[in-house]
Design a protein. Structure first.
Length: 215
């Protein structure tokens, strides 16, 4: 099988660091008529909570059906490391300048994001998710209906530190949802159908635990 070949890589920066990298790879159709058999678009996200692949999309090309084997052939960890390293930069008065990448540090971020999160991170996720202030309209003081609340957004931005290049981009939603799931499994966030009293009780218990030295 012909290898995947990177054909394009574009990055969105937060200061001098690449926060989101979109990578496009293509594969030749094994000399059967030339054309491209498939195109893979991979989004790599480098956030406060580690780095890794956020989304994958493989498009059919040349009439060929894309299979699960196509995905397995992609070394996603290596792609994430290469993508972040390729765009490693520092900001100089004259503009953005490329610098040699610390591949060991990048690898640690990529692989570290797959390990169990630190307890302190889960507590910060739970605080942002449960905070009663996020359930009240700051202008009117009225309670925000459940279907309009955005606790995942608070985790995404306030805790994990994702930055969007343009309105509606919403980088890191998948990472935020994963960490909320981790915090729920750790017993810090109640079940999905919990009412406001249960959310308040969980928030109070979290604050009490931190006052006892857990944080």
């Amino acid at each position: 099988m012909a290898p995947w070949i990177k054909t394009k890589s574009t990055a969105t920066f937060d200061g001098g660091a690449p926060r989101v990298v979109d990578v496009v790879l293509q594969r030749d159709d094994e000399l059967r008529g030339g054309g491209k058999a498939a195109e893979a678009r991979i989004r790599v996200v480098d956030g406060v909570d580690g780095a890794g692949v956020e989304t994958i999309k493989i498009a059919r090309r040349g009439g060929r059906i894309v299979t699960s084997a196509d995905v397995r052939e992609l070394n996603l960890e290596r792609i994430a490391e290469d993508a972040i390293a390729h765009h490693a930069t520092v900001m100089q008065p004259s503009g953005r300048v490329a610098i040699p990448a610390d591949r060991r540090a990048i690898g640690a971020r990529v692989h570290g994001s797959k390990r169990a999160p630190a307890p302190d991170l889960l507590r910060r996720v739970a605080r942002a998710y449960l905070d009663p202030a996020n359930r009240v309209d700051a202008e009117t003081g009225s309670t925000i209906p459940r279907n309009r609340r955005q606790p995942t957004e608070r985790v995404r931005v306030d805790v994990l530190g994702f930055v969007d290049a343009f309105p509606g981009q919403k980088n890191g939603l998948r990472s935020a949802s994963r960490r909320i799931k981790d915090a729920r499994e750790a017993g810090l966030i109640p079940a999905h159908d919990a009412d406001d009293n249960e959310l308040d009780a969980a928030f109070a218990a979290l604050a009490e635990g931190e006052s006892d030295g857990e944080a």
